[in-house]
Write a protein that binds this ligand. Structure first.
Ligand SMILES: [Zn+2]
Length: 98
């Protein structure tokens, strides 16, 4: 236990990125932040929209920020191992376990 890394490979650009501490924001080369639109949305709608959610386990019961566009590529990681946070196109994200 405790070996979960905040590390992932992008299946689109093949970058391997890792967030090593709480304020370590990293994004892969193809991450298109300009295409990301953030909307405040309820948990029910997040479930309906599927896999483009920005997860923040510290705010489980609050409104979350959802990335609505399906045109985005790549993803970002943040939070290190304190809390795993990711956003972007989750179909490009493959977590790496070591
Ligand atoms: Zn990428």
């Amino acid at each position: 236990m405790g070996n979960q890394l905040n590390k992932a490979k992008c299946l689109n650009c093949n970058d391997i990125i890792e967030s090593t501490h709480r304020h370590d924001f990293v994004a892969c080369s193809c991450y298109q932040s300009s295409n990301v639109q953030c909307h405040l949305i309820s948990e029910q709608l997040i479930t309906a929209l599927g896999n483009t959610v920005v997860l923040d386990d510290n705010q489980k019961h609050q409104i979350r920020c959802v990335v609505a566009t399906v045109l985005s590529t790549g993803f970002f990681l943040d939070g290190g191992t304190d809390y795993l946070r990711a956003g972007g196109n989750f179909s490009h994200l493959e977590y790496i376990q070591e």
